[in-house]
Write a protein that binds this ligand. Sequence first.
Ligand code: SF4
Length: 293
Amino acid sequence: MCYTYTVPDLNKRRPENTQGPFYVDATCIDCDACRWIAPASFREVDGQSAVYAQPAGDAAQMAALQALVACPTASIGVTDPALQARTKDAVASFPRVIAGNVHHCGFHAENSFGAASWFITRPNGNVMVDSPRFAMPLVRRIEQLGGIQTLFLTHVDDIADHEKWARHFHCRRVMHADDARGLNIEHPVHGRAPHRLDDELLVIPTPGHTRGSACLLYADKYLFTGDHLAWSPRRGHLVAFRDACWYSWDELKVSMRALADFRFEWVLPGHGRMHHAPAAEMAAALQRCLDWL
Ligand code: SF4
């Protein structure tokens, strides 16, 4: 698997970085990915990320290198040759297991503003949720894992390289019809009623962030939410993004209330933070979100 590490322009290194081999440069688009992938090393300072603590030890260094690989704008640099040599291990770590057979794809795409994408391996057909960069090391790993049978797109903002993934893996794309206009989606979903794809996969239309936003519930456990619902560490509860609500805040609230009918233990968003809790606690967390809305 070929991967060549290129050091970003050191002249663009942000002065807010702490001294050491890892740094963020001025091209950062503040997508937040590095801050949740390697929270011990990266934080937001003045609207962009910066390294606030140089990673010490193998695990922290690998997390920082995974953030470097995931960064949609190649804004993270590392100057130590020994650490540069380990970027190939970080590349090979994607898709990385989050829980069970659910993986984080890494390789976030700039044209989906660095949204996270996810990958489920299943005997009855692998699923990718939203589109990462069509990067060949990731493509090869996904081939080894059995390819993609279904590419679920939560909404129109996070589709990135969906055409390349669909063409390469001959997979069906599933997306709500209200966001799918002009995209030649093989399996558009219509209306507001939940739509079952198979015994494990349920599409739940959640209009609000966009008209055609939808969540995917897998195995009554994992809810992939796009930009509809995410955990906010700052607020300490689940939230929606009022400042990034492109269609209707009122519709979003209706969609959020409808989610209370479903059981799940994981929230896996495009933007914002993931959250895991037992189903009863998650239901309480969703209720706190509804109260807050
Ligand atoms: S992943 Fe890259 S673009 Fe996103 S916040 Fe971190 S440095 Fe900035």
